[in-house]
Design a protein around this ligand. Sequence first.
Ligand code: TD3
Ligand code: ZN
Length: 307
Amino acid sequence: MPLVTGKEILGKADREGYAVGAFNINNMEILQGITRAVKEKASPVIFAVSEGAIKYAGLKYIIAMVRTAVEDAGITAALHLDHGQNLEMIKSCIESGFTSVMIDASHLPFEDNLKETRKVVEIAHARGVSVEAELGRLKGVEDIISVSERDAILVDPDEAKRFVVETGIDSLAPAIGTSHGAFKFKGEAKLDFDRLKKVKEGCRIPLVLHGASSVPEWVLEKAVKYGGQVKGARGVPEEAIKKAIALGINKVNVDTDLRLALVGAIREVLTETPQEIDPRKILGPARDLIYKVVMEKVELLGSGGKA
Ligand code: TD3
Ligand code: ZN
């Protein structure tokens, strides 16, 4: 099966009211762990690749690996550039087979973000590639003190409406209080659901939740037990993810949970069997744990059987 566009996968998710996981891949084991899970669940999937991952693994390796996985397993998948910031990199991805790209110009003033995004939409749509863009900046709501600061950082629903119309993007990532990484909240997790609701009502396109890892307890426990210095890590509670999906989120970005699972599993093998030098015995269990995390995610997002 060839790769499908982000628009195709997310359009169906939007119409039917569920979300699809966008999982970051950096190597073969991560890709295979995800692929096995989504195949078993008959779930669509978005393979997310960061500019860093491309620098690490090489664009050709990534594309060849993903195409092989998709063909071999017969899954419904999109290949997506995550947080594209470099226009040359974005163009390379579009020209070499990605079916979706994100232009992240969210650090720029609104009008400049709009201009940059429109430029990418023009190039991408000419090649049948979908585009995601971001509005607002990722930062925990609790770090924000005043109402004006909150408004300055989180997405503005009126701006979002205008942005979608004037850029022609296929999906939008609105900042509503999540952040990247393993330490999202010091206290209770707070997402601005009212804002999310307003954005969806105004935009009526698939919405994306960045910084959506949940840091599941069983994943964190293993990482900490074997010496990982990630104590106190906290993600977006699963209940909050469900609520966000009910309010219009259709793509849920997960990287941190996979990272924690991978290093936890590797640490366990290295600690329990320090004489082990077979990379397959060290990375194999990590691949299995990635599989387990993705199986849980598909349950949470409601994408099983939607491929
Ligand atoms: O775009 N991404 C993945 C890259 C972030 C670096 O971890 C996300 O939005 C996922 O965020 P996270 O950290 O919650 O998995
Ligand atoms: Zn992100």
